[in-house]
Design a protein around this ligand. Structure first.
Ligand code: ATP
Ligand code: MG
Ligand code: MG
Length: 533
């Protein structure tokens, strides 16, 4: 069972690793540097980290850089930065490309021992033969010829054009992944780390078990869609007489209204539909953090899903609900009024003239967050929707101040409210009012703010196998409104999370600079409201 140290609140969702010994477990997270990390990757990464810590073992972060056509230094740097953002500290960072010499030597061994052969069957024909269990005509080529061709492929020699190395396993195997998989192929594209040093590269299927074994990995966590390939993985280790590695399967994580594939996400970037990989609508680490999820909530959410083998389509609401629990106690409270629909409220009978400071807690239940000084004056801005529901003679509560009594609702000839008059009513009981409203003194240091809301990029909740995601794009996914807010908003920094009372939670995407460069706030879903309501 799990060691004592691992029996945290989430361990129930992460079953023990088979054969794990405290102090000796080594796990690895093997991202391919072919895109930015998305929340699916975070699951893999946090689980590996979780088990490494739970068993006081080690976590390897390994760049699985075996395909130069897809990989870039930009992605490698972004992945490292994202891991740092998530507070994941690898005990070792390695690169499959550093193992190319050993992997190449093991490929030679495979050929020498009659377990591999060079083949030039076209991809299409190979697929077809694999389907029907037909052996390649080159399957029984002698070792010397195979070795010579392999060396030529490594050199990028034209004699080896069209050849790849295949494992000689079993073309009749019921498990089709055992039907002589490709283990090495030529690729002239320069590699982002090794340049043009290599002209042929091992496939993931060949490199992964070798490097896992050589790096001392004890438990390789793989998503369940790899189950069929497990036999192939173990075959490689056996054929090469390498140390065995245990495979532990866990379920892929999918999200409704989302695509979690680097290739598809890249399409959105290339089409200019999103700002980049850090777009707040993206399910990338950077995207969801920018949208306002906290690292703490992210970890909690993913570990609560645990290592179960059942594939689930996660609802975003659940994700945001956990986040709300984390941010609510620490989000400072401010007021902001819809700039285009504001109505003036004239308060008569205040015990002062001009503008008065009103010391106000930044969070009604968390005194540690300190105070702000709200501005109060006889000329306030309030929401039109609130004004529309006033009746003359009633008391309404100005939140954080007290009651006023409505004395007049002034309308123009179209019946629209132009202003409201009220008188201060300090003895009024705020427990008895129907309306508790936000308000803003109409003073010079009001802060203009742009409030931005986002919707899902994909309109269909669950994309099926045959669906093309491009047929299910939400037409409009960004909406903004202009607001005027408390002067305290001017001190917010990039990344601060606040609550605009009666509007919701927001994250600062750009701080206030001047009247022309307003504060930009991204709305953080709270798991209740529909986006862009
Ligand atoms: P993509 O389809 O986005 O390219 P990938 O699986 O090819 O993803 P890798 O960089 O090879 O991306 O993945 C690194 C690790 O993350 C692997 O262990 C992989 O199984 C895991 N992983 C990728 N997507 C998910 C997901 N949606 N849920 C859980 N784990 C995932
Ligand atoms: Mg991959
Ligand atoms: Mg994938």
């Amino acid at each position: 069972s799990l060691p004592e140290s691992a029996k945290g609140k989430t361990s129930g969702n992460c079953p023990p690793l088979e054969g794990a010994i405290v102090g000796q477990v080594v796990t690895r997270f093997p991202p391919e540097p072919s895109g930015y990390l998305h929340i699916g990757h975070i699951k893999a990464c946090l689980l590996n980290d979780y088990y490494a810590r739970a068993y006081q073992g080690k976590l390897i972060v390994r760049f699985d850089d075996t395909n130069p056509s897809k990989e870039k230094d930009e992605f490698e740097q972004a992945i490292l930065a994202d891991l740092a953002r998530l507070n994941i500290k690898a005990d070792m960072v390695t690169y499959t490309s550093d193992s190319f010499p050993q992997i190449t030597e093991l490929a030679r061994q495979l050929i020498r021992e009659g377990n591999g052969y060079m083949d030039n069957t076209s991809q299409e024909q190979m697929r077809d033969e694999r389907m029907h269990g037909i052996e390649s005509t080159l399957r029984n080529t002698d070792v010397a010829t195979n070795l010579a061709l392999f060396e030529k492929m490594l050199q990028g020699h034209p004699d080896a054009d069209g050849y790849c190395l295949r494992g000689k396993i079993d073309m009749q195997a019921k498990n089709k992944t055992l039907r002589d998989p490709v283990f090495f192929r030529a690729n002239a594209t320069p590699h982002h780390r090794t340049g043009t040093k290599y002209k042929a590269y091992p496939t993931y299927d060949f490199a992964c078990p070798i490097v896992d074994s050589n790096e001392g990995v004890t438990h390789a966590l793989r998503t369940t869609e790899y189950n069929d390939r497990d036999a192939q993985y173990q075959w490689v280790l056996e054929a090469l007489k390498l140390r065995k590695v245990r495979i532990h399967a866990f379920a892929r994580m999918n999200f409704v209204h989302s695509v979690l594939s680097k290739r598809k996400l890249q399409w959105f970037v290339d089409e200019g539909i999103v700002e980049g990989w850090y777009d707040p609508r993206f399910p990338t680490v950077q995207g969801v953090l920018r949208r306002g999820v906290t690292v703490e909530a992210l970890r909690e959410f993913i570990l609560s899903q645990g290592a179960s083998r059942r594939i689930v389509d996660m609802e975003w609401d659940k994700f945001w609900t956990i986040n709300k629990r984390v941010i609510d106690p620490i989000a400072r409270r401010f007021f902001a009024i819809d700039a285009e629909r504001a109505v003036r409220l004239n308060v008569h009978g205040l015990p002062f003239t001009g503008v008065q400071g009103l010391p106000t807690a930044l969070h009604p239940k968390n005194p540690e967050l300190g105070h702000t000084v709200k501005r109060l004056s006889s000329s306030l801005l309030i929401e039109r929707d609130d004004a529309n529901s006033f009746t003359v003679g009633e008391d309404v509560t100005l939140m954080r101040y007290g009651n006023v009594t409505i004395t007049a609702i002034n309308k123009n000839s179209d019946g629209e409210i132009v202003s409201v008059d009220a008188k201060d009513h300090p003895e009024g009981d705020f427990k008895k009012t129907k309306l508790k409203i936000t308000w803003l003194a109409q003073v010079d240091d009001i802060v203009p703010a742009t409030l931005v809301e986002f919707d899902h990029l994909i309109s269909k909740p669950k994309l099926e196998e045959n669906d093309n995601f491009k047929d299910h794009l939400t037409p409009v996914t960004r909406a903004e409104m202009h607001a005027l807010g408390d002067h305290g908003l001017r001190n917010l920094q990039y990344g601060d999370v606040i609550q605009l009372e009666r509007r919701g939670y927001f994250r600062v995407d750009s701080p206030y600079v001047s009247k022309d460069k307003p504060l930009v706030l991204f709305m953080i879903p709270d798991g209740k409201q529909r986006a862009m309501s």
